[in-house]
Design a protein around this ligand. Structure first.
Ligand SMILES: Cc1cc2nc3c(=O)[nH]c(=O)nc-3n(C[C@H](O)[C@H](O)[C@H](O)COP(=O)(O)OP(=O)(O)OC[C@H]3O[C@@H](n4cnc5c(N)ncnc54)[C@H](O)[C@@H]3O)c2cc1C
Length: 471
């Protein structure tokens, strides 16, 4: 392998890397995908994904203008306009392209998590129930289809090859160095696509950016995303966007050590319909801004394992049974603990918070809900994504933790997936796609646009831009 020269190398065999590679191969480039894992089924986020296609929780076929509006609302205009347009204009096209390759994508009514609308899903769909069931499911099948197609067309995937460094010559990326079997190999390429998938499994990077205590959050993902791409790109002068936000869900505390309790059930709908308190018994986040926002706030607590959801039995029975992934009854069926108590003192004792503080929190909250003055609470409570309910006896509580699925910030790119330098100009020969990139998601609202659409669209754009640039 040493000394090989090709037109394009993709770092990472997830959806982003394989899409970029296959599209570039179809457009005539010679391509290699380098994948760190040596197993035939690399265990990455694409493999275990639930596979719901959406753009900021909207159907990808809504049309570009409506999708642009949806992303801007979700991110409160944090997302870079050129990336917003790239996603909105290519979301439906990438679904058609994937179907042409043989990927199975269907409307799934069981995934109708936005007001009864059935989303497109990689099929066979994973059940959104407790534990991981990825074998033979949409993500697993899709990786197989893309890999087979790439190999049929003469592209290659080299496994067990860990990319360590990008190689530059006079400001142009001309290849990379990678480890294989204890040796360092150099590959030459006219274009390199970084698609190594975020840094959610790199505890040191998480500590610098996402949480003060990375060992007290749950990585709700595979261990494959270690941030190598961000480090390597930064080393050659790439601009890195703000990196403090992540996509994730609220998990039962027991998920920290019990694999039945992640990636589902999540506790989202119980939390957004009630309150979340920290170890002092006080609210610390606007629960109405949704589960991704709350999860980020939990991770940022001085002790991320001090948060609990407190609700009424009525909310548990009537609200927490709704949605695509209801925690009632999945939580208790799978080893999670629902704390129940006739009075708040019992709840406070069990979740280990001061009883007087919890009682005051609930009294203030209930008064505000009843008098429609939730905007005067501290922190404010909105109903942007969920309705506020009065919390009354009998009570329930769930000790929770922050489940981190994938980081949102990363390598700064333009709409053609060119990596941008600190001066905002593209670094020739260097592209990035998927969860390793930034500029689309995050910001003060922790806007979530969608990991699948980001990986496939940016992968497609990277492959096409590399082919165009090579002419
Ligand atoms: C449980 C779960 C459910 C999800 N559900 C949804 C959903 O329903 N809808 C949605 O939109 N998104 C969802 N996502 C997110 C989405 O699946 C991911 O954002 C997307 O698949 C990421 O693709 P990627 O190609 O960027 O990265 P990955 O799939 O993580 O692939 C990156 C690859 O790079 C390799 N790599 C890393 N470092 C190196 C290196 N130095 N050298 C060589 N190779 C390297 C890794 O081994 C890995 O194979 C979900 C994620 C999870 C975990």
């Amino acid at each position: 392998m040493d000394g090989e020269n090709v037109d394009l190398i993709c770092i990472g065999a997830g959806f982003a890397g394989l899409t970029a590679a296959l599209r570039a191969r179809q457009l005539g480039l010679s391509v290699i995908v380098l994948e760190r894992q040596s197993e035939p089924k690399q265990y990455n986020n694409s493999r275990i994904t639930t596979g719901v296609f959406h753009v900021a929780s909207n159907d990808v076929r809504l049309g570009p203008e409506k999708l642009i509006e949806a992303i801007n609302i979700e991110t409160q205009n944090y997302a870079k306009p050129d990336l917003v347009r790239a996603i909105a204009e290519n979301a439906a096209r990438v679904v058609d392209w994937l179907k042409e390759q043989g990927v199975s994508i269907e409307h799934e009514t069981s995934m109708a998590y936005v007001a009864g609308r059935a989303h497109l899903v990689l099929t066979p769909a994973r059940a959104m129930r407790a534990g991981l069931d990825w074998h033979g499911k949409g993500g697993d099948r899709t990786l197989g289809v893309l890999e087979d197609k790439l190999i049929d067309l003469g592209g290659r995937i080299l496994r067990g090859v860990e990319v360590a460094k990008l190689v530059m010559a006079e400001g142009v990326c001309v290849g990379l160095d990678a480890r294989h079997d204890g040796h360092m190999l150099r590959f030459g390429a006219k274009a390199v696509v970084v698609a190594d998938g975020g840094f959610q499994a790199n505890l040191a990077m998480l500590k610098d950016t996402v949480t003060p205590q990375p060992d007290r959050i749950k990585v709700r993902a595979t261990p494959s995303g270690t941030g190598d791409g961000i480090r390597m790109a930064r080393d050659v002068g790439a601009r890195i966007t703000e990196v403090g936000a992540f996509y994730g869900h609220i998990q039962a505390r027991e998920a920290m050590h019990d694999d039945r309790l992640w990636p589902y059930p999540n506790i989202d709908i119980a939390a957004t319909g009630s309150i979340v308190v920290d170890g002092s018994g006080n609210r610390f986040v606007d629960e109405g801004r949704g589960a991704v926002f709350i999860t980020n706030a939990i991770a940022k607590l001085a002790d991320p394992l001090s948060a609990s959801v407190v609700l009424s039995r009525k909310i548990w029975d009537e609200v927490a049974t709704q949605g695509v992934s209801p925690p009632n009854p999945e939580l208790t069926k799978n080893g999670g603990v629902l704390i129940e108590g006739a009075d708040l003192a019992t709840i406070a004792r069990t979740i280990d918070v001061p009883g007087a503080a919890l009682a005051a929190t609930i009294a203030n909250y209930n008064a505000a809900v009843k008098s429609r003055a939730i905007d005067r609470l501290t922190p404010i409570r909105t109903e942007k994504k969920a309705k506020a309910h009065v919390i009354e006896a009998p009570y329930c509580a769930i000790k929770v933790c922050a489940g981190v699925t994938n980081t949102m910030g990363g390598i700064d790119i333009d709409a053609d997936a060119h990596v941008l330098a600190d001066d905002g100009k593209p670094i020739p020969g260097l592209y990035a796609a998927g969860s390793t990139t930034g500029g689309l998601e995050g910001g003060p609202n922790v806007g979530y646009v969608g990991g699948i659409v980001k990986a496939f669209v940016l992968g497609l754009c990277a492959g096409e831009a590399a082919a165009r640039d090579s002419r």
